[in-house]
Design a protein around this ligand. Sequence first.
Ligand code: KIV
Ligand code: NA
Length: 265
Amino acid sequence: YKRVTVKTLVDMKANGEKISMLTAYDYTMAKIVDEAGIDVILVGDSASNVMAGHETTLPITLDQMIYHASSVIRAIDRALVVVDLPFGSYQSDPKEALRSAIRIMKESGAHSVKLEGGKEIKDSIKRILNAGIPVMGHLGLTPQSIYKFGTYTVRAKEEQEAKRLIEDAKMLERIGCFAIVLEKIPAKLAKEVAESVSIPIIGIGAGNGVDGQVLVLHDMLGMTHEFNPRFLRRYMNLYEDMTNAISKYADDVKNLDFPNDSEQY
Ligand code: KIV
Ligand code: NA
């Protein structure tokens, strides 16, 4: 695919081609992710943790999300860019939700937005969709509601919560969302959801019965090392490689090894 669109993703699901998605929050990283051929780049509100060092995703602001998104957009040639609506920018009422989504689209040039939640934010999602802005849903573990749940453990293990999640997923498809992220739920349930809707289901900690996978870039590159959920596969140990490179540089400076004769004017 030359340029990934929301239509491409729905076609990929229909053709049984899995969707790859990663987060990015800045120009340099987004350029690498895009050139490596990732289908979807998520400017996640995980930037609150990864980029700003907050304990939760709640503090990041709409202005900060727009800054991250516009940096990512400048790097992209192919991937579809999805931007999280941050906590507090869409929960009050549908008008506020639409206003926030419009700001993201206008000020960053992003292609779509993502909101956490099901039927409680249905009217807000409809309002955004009515303005022609593609919406990705997010169900299961929804980190913006962390203080309601108290923990980041697996969601929808109970029958009732599982039923509600399936209903929410069907509702999101019905009103016109182009895809849904399912975070940290049993693999069996995620597979059932993926089989009961025709829009792509992108999983994180939701097993391999879904239509695509997403991870936080800095986690899968091994830059972070305190966060160790079972679903996280580390493809590199960048924490170690970077630490070694940086200490080597510090040593070289102290030992007058850097710069050498050919590294000066
Ligand atoms: O903010 C984020 O990184 C996310 C993904 C984990 C789905 O929402
Ligand atoms: Na998020």
